[in-house]
Design a protein around this ligand. Sequence first.
Ligand code: 3PG
Length: 213
Amino acid sequence: MDKQAFLNHVMTAAPVVPVVIVNDVAQAVSMSRALVAGGLPAIEITLRTPNAIDCIKAVADEVEGAIPGAGTVLSAEHMAAVEKAGAKFMVSPGTAPKLIDAALDCSVPLLPGTATASEMMALGEKGFTHVKFFPAEAAGGADYLKSIASPLPQFRFCPTGGVSMKNAGSYLSLPNVLCVGGSWVAPANLVEEGDWAGIEALAAEASRLTRAA
Ligand code: 3PG
């Protein structure tokens, strides 16, 4: 399966990709089990904590059914580390040229962040069709993706940033949106409290969202 086809598989596994910030390995494992149990198998673990790489490795090794991804991937060094840890996909906030070149050399597919037609076109020249739209609400929201569908029909999006249960439906009703990303399904207070049943319930609610694509 080529990288864009694999990203398509990741993005259609569920309507929501949880975006998580976690530092404790045991919490990462329990939280991921809850997300998978709630119906959200693809999980973006951001590289924003000192132990994020260990969290990705633990989820990859120990959580049956999870599709662990690495988020906030900003460099070739990050890519090498998350590839070794067992990440199945990577997500970046933007499309820095060196990062994109490194992604072409990495075995793990990258879902790069985009917010403009020019960024999408530049990625299209490198073979990308599956991208993140970030920061979705601040960058124009569902109206922006609706506008881009006719001139750039080849792209499939995961809008992320400011997405919640309130507005996820407006994105998921668009034919060029395969899933949305968001942190609301694994809020920091529930992680700190170890409220895994609460996280499973939020995931289950999110997994029932329907999409057009
Ligand atoms: C992030 O940058 O943390 C992600 O885009 C998630 O954004 P959110 O917290 O608005 O869901």
